[in-house]
Write a protein that binds this ligand. Structure first.
Ligand code: ZN
Length: 346
């Protein structure tokens, strides 16, 4: 103890060492100076290490490594979600292009499929703490996937419902001619663009004309409900529209007599009218339209004029037995062939 409190100082006068006692304040001051010195050296060392030589502290290296790992995981998540999005996109395309089309259902627009997204941004706070936006972008993408999957599964539910009634579709589409093909008839104005016979300008002919004597029985070409019945002096004259569902409607025009009422349910083979020459017509004929999803389409895309006559007759007979009503399959009386030939244009 005594030894530590003393130092020996060389005295040039006596050429000898003499003892000197070190006081406490002196010791404290020395200790403080030593500490300060060490601190300065450390700071200079740190500065040289990080700023001048550009080296990293072990802690920084560790954090950077962890950060890189997380970024990697986020990137993997992002690419997996992108993969899912592409698959969902493909599903929705097939859904609209195949399944919904088969059943005549309207397509689901892209806006509808993504509706509900945007608006209030519930990840707004996250955006500030995550400037690179990796987590933020992934969460947004996840929301998108959730929404797309929800809309898709709902759509499949609808398609499933339609598929359960797919037997009805076969009964509803306009698959047979609207008259017994055994009668005396001929094809007059076809579907498509043509010169108007009355006003002499090119216009779209929205249906197929069948020239035939007035009074021939006209039959429903598929199951459905009578949508409208009209009695116009011009245009279609006496006409009716049947809504078959699944996107299909058929129109029968220039009729002489209409045997059904709006709202009435009809089946394929039911007699609904008699052919005539009413409205804007240059001769007795049936103007027949098929409307699919609001667009006029060529009736010959659907019906088969070559249907065996006995098959058609059986279909009508079966319906007549069901309804208790009867119709004339063949209209034998009309002799004046001239009114039929070369005429019959809407
Ligand atoms: Zn026509």
């Amino acid at each position: 103890m005594g030894k530590k409190n003393k130092v020996y100082v060389f005295d040039p006068g006596t050429l000898d060492y003499r003892e000197r006692v070190v006081t406490w304040p002196e010791r404290l001051r020395r200790g403080g100076l030593w500490l300060l010195g060490s601190l300065l050296v450390s700071i200079v060392y740190l500065w040289l290490y990080t700023s001048v030589f550009g080296l990293e502290l072990p802690k920084t290296t560790l954090l950077k490594k962890q950060n890189a790992e997380w970024n990697g995981k986020m990137a993997i998540m992002a690419s997996q979600m992108e993969d899912c999005r592409r698959r969902l996109d493909a599903l929705s395309l097939r859904d609209d292009g195949v399944y919904r089309t088969i059943f005549g259902m309207t397509e689901i627009s892209r806006d509808e499929r993504l509706s509900g997204l945007g608006g209030v941004n519930r990840y707004h706070d996250l955006r500030e703490s995550d400037p690179a936006g990796r987590l933020y972008n992934n969460l947004i993408k996840l929301d998108l996937l959730t929404k797309m999957a929800y809309v898709q599964s709902k759509s499949y539910d609808e398609v499933d419902q339609m598929a359960r009634h797919s037997g009805d579709i076969a009964a509803c589409v306009p698959a047979v001619p609207p008259f017994y093909p055994g009668i005396d008839y001929h094809l007059s104005s076809p579907f498509g663009h043509r010169d108007d016979p009355v006003y002499h300008y090119r216009k779209m002919h929205t249906g197929q004309d069948f020239a035939m004597a007035p009074g021939n029985s006209i039959y429903a070409v598929g199951d459905g409900v009578v949508e409208t019945v009209r009695h116009d002096l011009f245009g279609y004259g006496n006409s009716l529209i049947i809504n078959h569902g699944f996107g299909y409607k058929t129109r029968y025009a220039h009729l002489k007599m209409i045997l059904v009422q709006p709202g009435q349910k009809v089946c394929r083979g039911d007699c609904i009218a008699q052919s005539g020459n009413s409205g804007k017509s240059t001769g007795p004929h049936l103007h027949f339209e098929v409307i699919y999803k609001g667009n006029y389409v060529n009736p010959f895309n659907y019906m088969d004029l070559q249907i065996p006559l006995d098959e058609y007759a059986q279909m009508v007979k079966a319906r007549e037995e069901q309804t208790g009503l009867s119709s004339d399959l063949v209209q034998p009386v009309h002799k004046d062939r001239k009114t039929i030939r070369n005429r019959g244009k809407k």
